[in-house]
Design a protein around this ligand. Structure first.
Ligand code: 9MR
Length: 455
């Protein structure tokens, strides 16, 4: 609904023709017609300081000659002519609107458009379309009894910029998203490559940020030469021992913990051990051997077993605790990946992971937290209702973690900073918004959920 009155003075002016007189020594002498230039529609918008449901629209289009500017406020009222000064437009209804400025002259039509999101439960028109948090509390400062982690990449820590700024301001622990896995650190036999891992570890050390090592052994990040290993089984085992010893020793004293083995349990019936190349060549006790070599290389480093679906599958959880019990003193903690959704698994199933870990006197790492807001692909944008539900789940997870005894706490690691960087988008192949920051690093409601979970 437009506030100010519209008066219709259409400024249709003639096409600009410029006639120049020339010397006359060319066959092509004569009037030169300079065609009108296209004028690019441009506008700026802001929220009225005196009314959070009023948008201020400022037509910034400039150019040579005359042009007509018209607005489409995206509320079904058609086109209205732009008037001198700033337009004030009310947006009272929740929803997402497309505001367009259409500018035409004799050269044609150009359009500038911007999206307006209104969420009255979040206070009216959302700044930059972000109906999320305006909190200024840093996560790491609010969480005083455990590390708040996130993932990173060497390219991102090397580039600096906003990613690094947010990591440093909100997080007290980092995990390499993929560069501290065997396929990257040990790409060919006898040739280690720690370039990327070094960059990440050094970034953590230099900035006083804990580094969690992830992950020494994972069937899904094993280089081809290891999967196709041509030597004997004892040569294979010696190779794995050398890899673990070399890697853990390299970062001794620099990183606080390692996921020694990741995702060793199969999802199939009975949750047996996955039939990985490590199991095939080293036997069922390959996990114990790997933990022993890691322990020997750095006795002060916390050693974790890390796996997914710990909350949603009681069978897998039981298989995980069986592995953990068999490891005895070789293991310090359980890494429970938290790839979950706004609507599940239930609070009691998440609590069961915490209870099982605490009752064994182990540290708990809620690892790889992301909360899908669109698991059934029934949304094209993050609605206010879904953002609220996602926020509630973030709060629930943090509350459960924050309530365990101090001795069992270690870290809660979120698997990604901004929504558009999440691995889930490619994995599921449709839109989702599973993290705490939107694509522009604005804090979402999920961020407030995390903070509220700490209260
Ligand atoms: O998010 C990670 C993705 O960028 C990597 O390509 C992939 C392979 O290294 O690993 C992803 O992270 C996985 C994590 O290491 C273990 N649990 C499942 C995560 C998602 O696949």
């Amino acid at each position: 609904m437009k506030i100010k009155n519209i008066f219709n003075i259409l400024k249709v002016l003639p096409i600009l023709l410029l006639t120049l007189s020339c010397d006359g020594d060319s066959d092509n002498d004569g009037p030169i017609i300079i065609p009108p230039t296209r004028v690019q529609a441009t506008f700026e918008m802001s929220i009225s300081p005196s009314d959070p449901n009023v948008l201020l629209l400022d037509n910034k289009t400039s150019g040579i000659g005359d042009f007509i500017s018209e607005w489409d406020f995206g509320q079904g009222d058609g086109l209205v002519q732009d008037l001198p000064g700033i337009e004030e437009v009310r947006f009272d209804t929740d929803g997402t609107f497309s505001v367009r400025l259409l500018v035409s002259n004799a050269a044609g039509l150009t359009v500038d458009s911007k999206t307006v999101v209104v969420d009255n439960s979040a206070g009216g028109i959302c700044p930059n379309g972000n109906c999320g948090s305006t909190s200024t509390s840093a996560l790491k400062d609010a969480a005083t009894t455990f590390f708040v982690g996130n993932i990173t990449r060497s390219s991102r820590v090397n580039a600096g910029g906003k990613h690094v700024e947010v990591l440093k301001s909100d997080f007290s622990s980092i995990t390499s998203e993929y560069e501290m896995k065997m396929n990257v650190m040990y790409p060919s036999q006898g040739n280690y490559d720690f370039t990327a891992a070094d960059a990440i570890v050094n970034f953590g050390v230099n900035n006083g940020i804990n580094v969690h090592g992830h992950a020494l052994i994972w069937h899904n990040a094993t280089p081809d030469w290891v999967n196709d290993f041509t030597g004997t089984d004892s040569e294979f085992e010696a190779m794995v021992k050398d890899y673990i010893t070399t890697t853990v020793t390299r970062y001794k004293g620099k990183i606080g913990s390692w996921d020694v083995v990741n995702e060793a349990i199969d999802d199939g019936s009975g949750n047996p051990l996955r039939n990985s190349v490590f199991k095939q060549k080293m036997g069922d006790d390959y996990i114990k051997k790997c933990f022993q070599w890691a322990r020997d290389a750095d006795p002060d480093c916390l050693l974790f077993y890390n796996d997914y679906n710990m909350a949603s599958s009681s069978g897998k959880r039981a298989a995980m605790f069986k592995i953990v019990d068999d490891l005895g003193d070789l293991i310090d903690g359980v890494g429970a990946q938290m790839h979950i959704s706004y609507n599940g698994p239930s609070k009691s199933n998440i609590q069961a992971v915490a209870n099982g870990t605490v009752s064994r006197g182990l540290k708990l790492h809620f690892a790889e937290l992301d909360i899908r807001a669109n698991p059934n692909n029934d949304q094209t944008s993050l609605t206010s209702q879904r953002a609220d539900a996602q926020k509630a789940k973030f709060k629930e997870v943090v509350q459960i973690y924050n309530s365990i005894p101090l001795d069992n706490k270690y870290a809660l690691t979120v698997w990604g900073l901004k929504d558009n960087e999440s691995w889930l988008l490619d994995f599921w192949g449709h839109a989702d918004w599973p993290l705490m920051y939107d694509d522009d690093y604005n804090k979402k409601k999920a961020y407030d959920g995390f903070l509220e979970g700490l209260q």
